[in-house]
Design a protein around this ligand. Sequence first.
Ligand code: ZN
Length: 216
Amino acid sequence: MRKFIIMGIQGSGKGTQAKLLADDLDLEHFSVGDTFRWNVQHHTKLGAQVKRIMASGWLVDDALVEAVVRERLADHDWNFGFVIDGFPRTARQAEFFLESYDIDGVINLDLPDEEVTRRVLSRRLCQECGMDYNLIAHRPSREGVCDICQGNLVARADDNPTALAARMKDYHEETKPLIAIFERKECVATIDATRSVEEVQARIRERFGLPPLKSA
Ligand SMILES: [Zn+2]
């Protein structure tokens, strides 16, 4: 059984790396954020609860996150293990989680703030069809125009330097104590996320003695 926690700021490629790792090794990729979004979209009881909290301008609290994770992991559909993303969020959750689930390792995708800024501020979104573009890695063939539907490409409202700086600060403040706990338990692998997707994946696997990614 292989059990991993993956951490990384937005723009670090966390979702991509978790998926690559999970697909090939038959692990469950369990993203807390995706679970909340799914529940909101499908109008579940949990979704209603999350919506209520967010409508009142609060953040989803740690207790609710913890309940969702417990419930999800109690499903036992992860025969070969899991990669969890978005949990733990507090020092207390981290201690508890490491003990109760016998975690193999924590993958910490490390990306300097300048690179986060460069990547995030180059994101564009089609106003019509919602297609994502990136002016570094996935440029539209005509500037400002969607390749698929000719819609207008815009930056997300919260992808501006001020909002991003605040998010980066929050991220560092929240994750520092967690990383310290993981380092004490000697299970954290900090990986340089400025490298290509393939290189980052290869390094993760090297660090934990996993078989190399099967090329598609
Ligand atoms: Zn479009």
